[in-house]
Design a protein around this ligand. Structure first.
Ligand SMILES: Nc1ncnc2c1ncn2[C@@H]1O[C@H](COP(=O)(O)OP(=O)(O)O)[C@@H](O)[C@H]1O
Ligand SMILES: [Mg+2]
Length: 621
């Protein structure tokens, strides 16, 4: 091998890690820049004032040490009887005293600004997170378990934001003070500041590495921590209070909490021990450096090379520097932790993009206000991203316009999943859903959803008033079909309102004073009204009558037919009294539509539908 290639290899061996490190540093800097931008956009004026204050406060200690030297030298001269006047000495002494007073006076102002800045930055971050949440137009990411883990870390990161500001302040302040101190120290011997700085580097790096490990173990622990939180919550919240008591589940959750804690704690203990050992070793090294410094001072003083003031300056610098170097070491570690949090946060924000394919604004079609053909499902296949089993396999069906289609099938057959596909919470893996002959994916998503009214099986019980709970169904004026009270009459929610202390303005939650909790059936009527206020072309109700009594159910269906006249409607139900009134019935089993037709047709077919119908009807004979 000639010298040339060997040199080339050596360069490459050096270059690659160096380039990697440079890339790492660049990406860190970018993250910091975004973090800083976040704080400054939250409150630009306050940031400016705050920085100015930090600069003043951190330069004062340097002045202090310098003045100390002057005062001590002046005193030495005065004691020797060589001074003409004590006035300059007095003036110096007063200045020296002021260096103690000024920071004490400025610090409360700094703290106030700090608190102000923190509040703004946290609010700004929360707002950006909400933005990101809203940007996720589908459920693909939201329903995956890792999303919850990531969200928890991100929420921790928000909690870390105030520390980000404190650390920025500490970093800037420490750097200024330390820089000044090292300059003073260099007057005594140019190598002294270098020695102190170099010996604290290993400490700096080990700290950084340990923070990395700590953060990683936090991610690993995340699941255990989440389960712990769940156990703590479920035993104290009203939601599960009845079942926890009647089944005597308190001990079960306590035991589970303890076992998860043991897992999390063991991991933490391991990391903390490691942390302790490394930091002890590097502290010893640092102490040795200081001892060396003291030895040098003693020798120089004996040789008469230094004045009394120089000695005072030296001690002043060492005392001030030591604490700050230590601080810088911790600061570096913490800043790394913040950096990792920020990175998690920004990657979450950056990833908050829809997972379903959206048309470009130019290509997007507007969904029609009224359908002419209805909806057609063609060979739909679907499985959840985490799921191994297919939920829908080759589903083909038509939901004609102007007709009510009922969908029946056993629990877990995939009915609610089909509703999620129809509302584009997910896209099918293959096959197509056409609306008036055009694939759903070609419509502008917003316009598509604007024309869809859905009552999900697991509808949301908003902690708002009854009125708001209904009005949310048509939050923009152009979305409204019926007015709120009319929709309430259609769904029977008007009767619910009549029984409430403040009628429609009653808050539907026990969380607020004067609020009430509704029964399952009453909530269902409210949620139905929410679907009814919307001026939709496609109306989907997923088990809307599950919690309704027989009479309410009958009345609802009667009205429903009138309400959706001319629209495309689908209703999912287990009650054949409801189902039999539909124009068309689809039977979903094992991910396929196995029968389709009217009630009479399906009964005379004597297949699965007839069997299910007989089972239920038989009970009432
Ligand atoms: N978000 C999800 N992730 C993974 N699997 C799911 C999810 N939601 C439902 N499933 C599964 O899909 C199947 C169909 O569920 P679903 O559509 O709710 O049934 P149905 O409404 O007919 O009772 C079930 O086996 C269910 O466990
Ligand atoms: Mg369902």
């Amino acid at each position: 091998m000639n010298l040339f290639t060997r040199a080339g290899e050596a360069v490459r061996d050096l270059w690659q890690p160096a380039a990697g490190a440079a890339r790492g540093i660049l990406s860190n800097l970018r993250t910091w820049r975004r973090g800083l931008a976040l704080v400054t956009t939250a409150a630009p004026g306050i940031v400016f004032l705050y920085i100015a204050l930090v600069i003043v406060i951190s330069i004062v200690p340097v002045l202090q040490v310098w003045l100390l030297r002057l005062v001590v030298d002046g005193l030495a001269v005065a004691v020797g009887g060589a001074a003409n006047s004590v006035t300059p000495l007095l003036a110096l002494a007063v200045l020296y005293a002021l260096t103690y007073v000024i920071p004490a006076g400025l610090e409360p102002i700094q703290r106030t600004l700090n608190a102000w800045l923190e509040d703004r930055a946290v609010a700004e971050m929360d707002r950006r997170l909400m933005d990101a949440g809203i940007r996720l137009t589908d459920l693909v990411r939201i329903e995956r378990p890792p999303f919850q883990d990531q969200l928890r870390l991100v929420q921790d990161a928000i909690f870390f934001l105030p520390r980000l500001i404190a650390y920025l302040q500490m970093g800037l302040g420490t750097a200024l003070t330390l820089g000044g101190m090292l300059l003073l120290l260099a007057r005594l011997h140019p190598l002294l500041p270098l020695l102190l700085a170099v010996l604290s580097l290993p400490h700096l790096f080990s700290e950084k590495r340990l923070q990395e490990i700590r953060y990683q173990s936090m991610i690993d622990r995340s699941r255990a921590a989440r389960e712990m939180r769940y156990c703590a919550r479920i035993t104290t919240e009203p939601a599960a209070a009845k079942e926890i008591r009647v089944f005597g589940l308190g001990d079960f959750f306590l035991r589970r909490f303890r076992s998860r804690f043991a897992t999390a704690y063991e991991e933490m203990r391991r990391v903390r021990l490691k942390y302790l050992r490394a930091s002890a070793a590097f502290t010893a090294l640092h102490a040795l450096a200081l001892a060396g410094g003291f030895w040098y001072v003693a020798v120089q003083a004996r040789a008469g090379q230094l004045t009394l003031g120089d000695i005072a300056l030296y001690f002043g610098v060492v005392i001030q520097t030591q604490g700050r170097l230590q601080g810088l070491v911790f600061w570096s570690g913490f800043q790394y932790e913040i950096l990792l949090h920020l990175r998690g946060l920004f990657s979450f924000l950056d990833q908050a993009k829809p997972a379903i394919a959206l048309p470009t604004p130019r290509q997007a079609r507007q969904a029609p206000a009224e359908l002419h053909q209805g909806i057609e499902l063609q060979g739909i296949h679907f499985r959840y991203p985490e799921g191994t089993l297919p939920v829908l396999e080759d589903v083909s069906a038509r939901l004609p316009c102007g007709a009510v289609t009922a969908l029946v099938g056993a629990n877990g057959a995939g009915k609610s999943t089909l509703v999620k596909l129809l509302t584009r919470m997910y896209d099918p893996d293959s096959g197509e859903i056409n609306l008036d002959g055009v694939p759903l994916a070609q419509y502008d998503l917003k316009s598509l959803r604007r024309r869809t009214a859905v009552l999900y099986q697991d509808f949301t019980r908003f902690s708002l008033t009854l009125r708001e709970n209904i009005e949310l169904g048509a939050i923009a004026p152009e979305e409204g079909g019926l007015d709120m009270e009319e929709a309430a009459r259609w769904s029977g929610a008007d009767e619910v309102a009549a029984g409430l202390p403040q009628g429609f303005d009653t808050p539907l939650t026990r969380r607020f004073q004067g609020g009430v909790e509704l029964s399952g059936g009453e909530w269902q009527k409210v949620a139905l009204a929410r679907a009814f206020v919307r001026d939709a072309a496609l109306v989907i109700l997923d088990e809307p009558t599950a919690a309704l009594d027989a009479e309410a159910e009958y009345r609802l269906f009667e009205r429903f037919r009138q309400l959706v006249a001319g629209k495309t409607a689908m209703i999912i139900s287990h009650r054949f009294s409801t189902v039999r009134m539909a124009d068309q019935i689809l039977v979903l089993e094992e991910g396929r539509i196995i029968e389709a037709g009217s009630h009479d047709e399906l009964v005379s077919l004597a297949g699965r539908y007839a069997e299910l119908f007989e089972m239920q009807a038989g009970r009432y004979r």
